[in-house]
Design a binder for this molecule. Sequence first.
Ligand SMILES: *[C@@H]1O[C@H](CO)[C@@H](O)[C@H](O)[C@H]1NC(C)=O
Ligand SMILES: *[C@@H]1O[C@H](CO)[C@@H](O)[C@H](O)[C@H]1NC(C)=O
Ligand SMILES: *[C@@H]1O[C@H](CO)[C@@H](O)[C@H](O)[C@H]1NC(C)=O
Ligand SMILES: *[C@@H]1O[C@H](CO)[C@@H](O)[C@H](O)[C@H]1NC(C)=O
Ligand SMILES: *[C@@H]1O[C@H](CO)[C@@H](O)[C@H](O)[C@H]1NC(C)=O
Ligand SMILES: *[C@@H]1O[C@H](CO)[C@@H](O)[C@H](O)[C@H]1NC(C)=O
Ligand SMILES: *[C@@H]1O[C@H](CO)[C@@H](O)[C@H](O)[C@H]1NC(C)=O
Ligand SMILES: *[C@@H]1O[C@H](CO)[C@@H](O)[C@H](O)[C@H]1NC(C)=O
Ligand SMILES: *[C@@H]1O[C@H](CO)[C@@H](O)[C@H](O)[C@H]1NC(C)=O
Ligand SMILES: *[C@@H]1O[C@H](CO)[C@@H](O)[C@H](O)[C@H]1NC(C)=O
Ligand SMILES: *[C@@H]1O[C@H](CO)[C@@H](O)[C@H](O)[C@H]1NC(C)=O
Ligand SMILES: *[C@@H]1O[C@H](CO)[C@@H](O)[C@H](O)[C@H]1NC(C)=O
Length: 613
Amino acid sequence: MFSTLLVASSLPLLAVAQSAASLAYTPVYGTCPSGFTLVRQAGSSAADNQTLNPQEAAYISARKSNVLPNAWKTYLSNLEATNASLPSYVSDILSNSSSDTAVYPNLGIACSGGGWRATMFGAGVLNALDGRNETAVAFGTGGLLQAAQYVTGLSGGSSLVGSLAQANFPTMEVLAFGTNATDPTHAWGGWLSQITQQTPYTNATQNNEYIQLLIEEVRGKSEAGFAVSYVDLVARDNGRHFSNGTDLDNFFDDSLVHGAGYTWSGVANVSTFVSYEQPFPILVATLLSPNGNMSNVIPNSSFIIPISNPIMELNVYEMGSYDPTLAAFTPMEYLGTMNESICVTNYDQAGLVMGASGDWNTYYNTSESTLVSTSMYTMIEALNDTLPQTNIVLDGTLFPNSFHGPATEGTFIDAGETIIMMSDGGSDGEAVPIQPLLVKARGLDIIFAIDANQDWANEYWSAGGSLVNTQNRINTLFPTAYSFPPVPTNTSEFIAQNLSTRPTFFGCDSSTEAPLIIYLANGGPPRDGETSLTNVAPNNVTAEQLQAFLDQTYTIATQGNPANVSAAADPEWPACLACGVVDRARNRTGVERSGVCSSCFDRYCWNGSTYGL
Ligand SMILES: *[C@@H]1O[C@H](CO)[C@@H](O)[C@H](O)[C@H]1NC(C)=O
Ligand SMILES: *[C@@H]1O[C@H](CO)[C@@H](O)[C@H](O)[C@H]1NC(C)=O
Ligand SMILES: *[C@@H]1O[C@H](CO)[C@@H](O)[C@H](O)[C@H]1NC(C)=O
Ligand SMILES: *[C@@H]1O[C@H](CO)[C@@H](O)[C@H](O)[C@H]1NC(C)=O
Ligand SMILES: *[C@@H]1O[C@H](CO)[C@@H](O)[C@H](O)[C@H]1NC(C)=O
Ligand SMILES: *[C@@H]1O[C@H](CO)[C@@H](O)[C@H](O)[C@H]1NC(C)=O
Ligand SMILES: *[C@@H]1O[C@H](CO)[C@@H](O)[C@H](O)[C@H]1NC(C)=O
Ligand SMILES: *[C@@H]1O[C@H](CO)[C@@H](O)[C@H](O)[C@H]1NC(C)=O
Ligand SMILES: *[C@@H]1O[C@H](CO)[C@@H](O)[C@H](O)[C@H]1NC(C)=O
Ligand SMILES: *[C@@H]1O[C@H](CO)[C@@H](O)[C@H](O)[C@H]1NC(C)=O
Ligand SMILES: *[C@@H]1O[C@H](CO)[C@@H](O)[C@H](O)[C@H]1NC(C)=O
Ligand SMILES: *[C@@H]1O[C@H](CO)[C@@H](O)[C@H](O)[C@H]1NC(C)=O
């Protein structure tokens, strides 16, 4: 200790030396590996030359052959233990022990945005699908999470999916509350939801000092020549909540890195990823662009991004979009790289990637006075005072534009920009991250869509607005690139038909190749009469509140849509869920829907069928 002080005082220049967190957050320049490709052209489904990243394809292929057959078998045995009387095709499909994986359902799960509410609601639903939760196993829904190929997250859902992946796919209880570890500076410490993000103190002076601390943690990145924005500060705060290394005891220990240096590409090294046990995680953001066609912003809404801007996905291997207007990707590990000789690493900090998906505070193209009136403005001002920058949008997430130049010229609206920006995935009106699950090269046929976004006026309930907007985007802009089953054309219809207060299947009778969507929303109080806990928008929740929220969400996720309208729950829901999950596979094997599955479909399917009427 004494010698450290001595060194510090005898070398005054080191007094402004960067903190450990700043060093760990700073991107690093190096020589590109041989054979490095900056931009991967992803092709188009219409031209029949669409491809997945080879590493992703290898992951999914290994997961399908090494992990999923047993996962489906376990899910089936959980279901059968409830003595549900299922048609034999359900067990035939889920227990096919042959080496042909083509018969199995191809399942993806989408976790919506909606702040802490969505993070918690998503976790509560995943609890009900988790084969490690003995209550869910006994009920007959546990095991489905383990059988999913993909899980996508957006905004509040990206905090869930991002933390789940990097914490090594723990149970939801461990994810929410952390583990006691011998080395808490490297282990998963839980979400620490009791601490308000960005303003962890109740004292304003201390909060300003905290912001200044975050600014110092991005100094290294700035001094290395990279533009930094408000979202870099969010990233450093995210590092404390959604990356390893922080718990309640060390939260305010400024000597620790608090998640700095944990990269999104680094998730590929956690043991459950190495063994293909995780559903492949994808986070979703939208492109925030000075070149967007603003007449494509959804009219009369609070959304700010035109639906024609590419929807960006950030997966462990790459960042880009399958939208035909970009159809290109750049490697996640080398995010920040602009050419094929000098490669940047360590830019893809997990906290920053989650921040890109969850940056709801973009006021781009709104007025200066709007920006000044936001709580974020204090952070922007402080950042700009300490690390002054000009001609930079300080409220978007900033990435050096790897898609700059001829590779994407002519199709990509930002091909001429040196920086690309992103905003919250929901900023175009689609808070449920479904687009990556519709990519035809991924071949998914069942999407379990969890929606905890707010779209009832003055209520924190969900009413299907995101599905409505996805339908519009696909039908008006990308009708051949993606297939989407018909859903209602507005939220009033969702509300009038109770489609968000109960699980609803969309696409039951679709004659297209669209996947079947199992939609489960935070659309109303639980049927059993408990007081509602999930229609909230908290800045922080205590451990007790978090547990109660998770438990009530579990109730909502397991209540189903009872045939008897006054019943609290549908005893057939586990069977009906299984009927939905296997339905596309059933069609592939040429078997007719029958038995309990027929009555389940009568009860769970949306009976509308036409877009635009
Ligand atoms: C896919 O086909 C289209 C149309 O022929 C072509 O323009 C594009 O370059 C091809 N993309 C790839 C990645 O092969
Ligand atoms: C299922 O049936 C078996 C055999 O009749 C019985 O032992 C078991 O308790 C039943 N399980 C449930 C969940 O009803
Ligand atoms: C089981 O897999 C084989 C291919 O190995 C397939 O031909 C058969 O239809 C599958 N059985 C069922 C019931 O899906
Ligand atoms: C860690 O252990 C302490 C003392 O046993 C306990 O109070 C605390 O709840 C535990 N924390 C977690 C995250 O398990
Ligand atoms: C986070 O900690 C958990 C154990 O608490 C560990 O299994 C996992 O690998 C860690 N994640 C990373 C990215 O190091
Ligand atoms: C939690 O959030 C509320 C509402 O914003 C705030 O009043 C309270 O101070 C916060 N509590 C803590 C411990 O940060
Ligand atoms: C807030 O924190 C500052 C700095 O630690 C301290 O000087 C001040 O007394 C605190 N104010 C209150 C109201 O506690
Ligand atoms: C994974 O770990 C290996 C061995 O430690 C390392 O060489 C590699 O860079 C890591 N990959 C990522 C993406 O962090
Ligand atoms: C912008 O979008 C509108 C509505 O879709 C369209 O009519 C118009 O041609 C577009 N403008 C440009 C420059 O692409
Ligand atoms: C940041 O500060 C510079 C002057 O140093 C100013 O030109 C710029 O407008 C400021 N940006 C914002 C967003 O306040
Ligand atoms: C299973 O889920 C319920 C409901 O959220 C929860 O109370 C319980 O702790 C979970 N069990 C495990 C082992 O995660
Ligand atoms: C399978 O679905 C197609 C429409 O995509 C339909 O025409 C066909 O009748 C279905 N087959 C079975 C056995 O359900």
